[in-house]
Design a protein around this ligand. Structure first.
Ligand SMILES: NC(=O)c1ccc[n+]([C@@H]2O[C@H](COP(=O)([O-])OP(=O)(O)OC[C@H]3O[C@@H](n4cnc5c(N)ncnc54)[C@H](OP(=O)(O)O)[C@@H]3O)[C@@H](O)[C@H]2O)c1
Length: 277
């Protein structure tokens, strides 16, 4: 892992973190700020962003800018571009992207799926296209796209989600292939079940949490994800967080696509329950 001076020289002076009000995004922002990189925090809830920003400033002395923006809106990229126009951005983490609904495709209006495509595919593509040219020009920088084990196979209740996560994974891998020769590190950061506030909320809604204070058994921690993100950024194109996920995914190697879908369906049902119709 590069030390703080190297890290800031390679990825500073500013990082943009999309989805930074809690969980992986806020912890990643705090960690890179502690390494001397100023941070722009993006999420929808301004009050929560303000709290995260105050804590990062108090703990690190880094400059922090918050932008309340809904990344599922078509105007999002314009808002972010305006808010960062005066900054040299050397690091982008696109973290926002979970599915707060976990519902069958036909149980929701099609706009729910399209908003997921906008937030998880269109906007990260726009952001990479916006921020990467400066990185290429400077011959240094980093981009992390957070994706999911859901990218490896289809399953019910995640029709749009798993498809967008497959997009994110291949988008980042291909972008790595184009940019790493220009000094820009790109990483597809693949998460399995991870103990974030968002996952806890949906599991609680679905009656899956007995003790809200207890760690989710088998889930990766946010700290583990952030540590891997920083350690693996220079070793793209791809990294799966957690031995559990890395081992689990190996069984797909010898399977047909039909068998993969069958297994993904069983696994997601065991974690999140059956259809929510
Ligand atoms: N948790 C897991 O088990 C798990 C498993 C595999 C992959 N992942 C991936 O890990 C990433 C983080 O997941 P998570 O569980 O922390 O949940 P998440 O719902 O993606 O929340 C992460 C952050 O994104 C922000 N966000 C969500 N929707 C947004 C929108 N429309 N506009 C702006 N900001 C938005 C949230 O803040 P606001 O609510 O304030 O906007 C929050 O700060 C996602 O990409 C997800 O696919 C998670």
């Amino acid at each position: 892992m590069p030390d703080s001076l190297d890290f800031a020289a390679r990825y500073g002076p500013w990082a943009v973190v999309a989805g930074a009000s809690e969980g992986v995004g806020s912890a990643f922002a705090a960690k890179v700020a502690a390494r001397g990189v100023n941070v722009v925090l993006l999420a929808r809830r301004q009050a929560v962003l303000d709290e995260v920003a105050a804590q990062i400033t108090a703990n690190t002395g880094a400059d922090v800018r918050t932008v309340a923006v809904d990344l599922a809106e078509p105007t999002a990229m314009g808002v972010v571009a305006d808010a960062t126009a005066d900054l040299e951005v050397g690091l982008l983490m696109y973290n926002a992207g979970a599915d707060a609904h976990y519902r069958p495709f036909l149980a929701e209006p099609v706009d729910t799926a399209l908003a997921m495509v906008q937030r998880n595919c269109v906007v990260p593509a726009q952001m990479c296209h916006h921020f990467a040219p400066g990185m290429v020009e400077r011959g240094r920088g980093g981009i992390i796209v957070v994706t999911s084990g859901a990218a490896f196979g289809g399953a019910p209740n995640m029709v749009a989600y798993s498809a967008t996560k497959a997009f994110d994974m291949l988008f980042a891998e291909s972008l790595w292939a184009e940019l790493h020769g220009h000094g820009v590190d790109v990483l597809s950061l693949i998460l399995g079940e991870t103990d974030t506030p968002a996952l806890r909320r949906i599991r609680e809604q679905r009656g899956f949490v007995d003790d809200p204070e207890a760690p989710l058994p088998g889930a990766a921690t946010v700290d583990e994800v952030v540590q891997d993100a920083i350690e693996q950024l220079a070793h793209g194109p791809s990294w799966m967080v957690g031995a559990h996920l890395r081992e689990g995914i190996k069984v797909f190697g010898g399977m047909s696509r039909n068998e993969v879908v069958d297994l993904m369906t069983q696994a997601s049902g065991a974690t999140m329950g059956e259809d929510a119709t």
